[in-house]
Design a protein. Structure first.
Length: 113
């Protein structure tokens, strides 16, 4: 089973953080339950395990249904029973993603380095 999903904090909307995962799924989670110091554009790693911040359970369709009503499709084999999600900010991946975006913008606008 895959141990993590990756994505980015797309935006902060009031007291909610909109997280877009690399597989185009979206999670809207309370800012108060997110890692401190996070900001829009930060790369995140979502992991499942026996402990975490958000509780859920495996559904028959292979998704994890969180207690807040959202569902997330987890890659690989599905398990059974209760599951917990945790989210961490990945500073190294954030820097890589920002550099990639900068390079793309430079290419579009033909800015020499």
């Amino acid at each position: 089973m895959a141990e993590e999903l990756r994505g980015v904090i797309d935006r902060l909307e009031g007291d909610m953080a909109a997280i877009v995962l690399d597989d185009d799924q979206r999670l809207d989670l309370p800012v108060s339950e997110m890692p401190g110091g996070m900001k829009s554009g930060d790369a995140v790693v979502v992991r499942i395990g026996a402990s975490g911040t958000w509780r859920g359970a495996w559904s028959k369709s292979g998704k994890i249904k969180l207690d807040n009503g959202q569902s997330i499709k987890w890659p690989g084999e599905r398990a059974q029973g209760e599951v917990w999600l945790s989210i961490e900010i990945d500073a190294e991946d954030t820097a890589v993603r920002r550099q990639r975006v900068k390079s793309l913008l430079d290419d579009i606008f033909h800015k020499p380095e």
